[in-house]
Design a protein. Sequence first.
Length: 213
Amino acid sequence: MGKTITAVILAGGKGERLRPLTDTLPKPMVKIANKPLLEYVVRHLRRYDIKEIILSVGYLPEVIKKHFGNGKKFGVHISYIIENIPLGTAGAVRLLKNKIKDTFLVCYGDILRDINLKDLVKFHQNRKGIAVICVYKNTKPNPKSIITFDKDKKISRFIERPSNQSKKWVWSNASLYLFEPEIFAYIAKNTRVDFGKNVIPKVIADGKRVYAF
């Protein structure tokens, strides 16, 4: 992988749409093939030699801590940050401003994915932007986001919750990011803030280089 990358996994959600499963379990701990969703995420990071992991937890954090501990049995080092009040996807990451001083990855603890993280990091290092957003081809009639970029993959438009979408497919946010610490300047402190709704559009409007992978 080259330089050391810290991964922040957002795992604080309640998963209310999965009740009653999530009455006693955080959403990322719901099992698929007898393993918690979150374990797949951790093992995916380890496969690409990302061993420094910060888990942002909020709902029933003791369940997650009991399963993962310090991460040793998974071949990684895990530390925790408690989100006592829901702050959104970006607000939770803002709590780590004083802990992260280099390139870092942000992913969600309730999404199964298979992506070559070495390729992602190399792409980011070559582009030298403030951020890279992983995108996917979305064929759903009401996509959660629409992302437009040029031939060099530089993003020119990011629309969260678009209306009147008539195309057969669009590029959408896959909720996996690589950031430089400069991103913290765009995240309000102690406020509920989301990357897609608030932060990314602001960064693009400010003329910073954000790329699609």
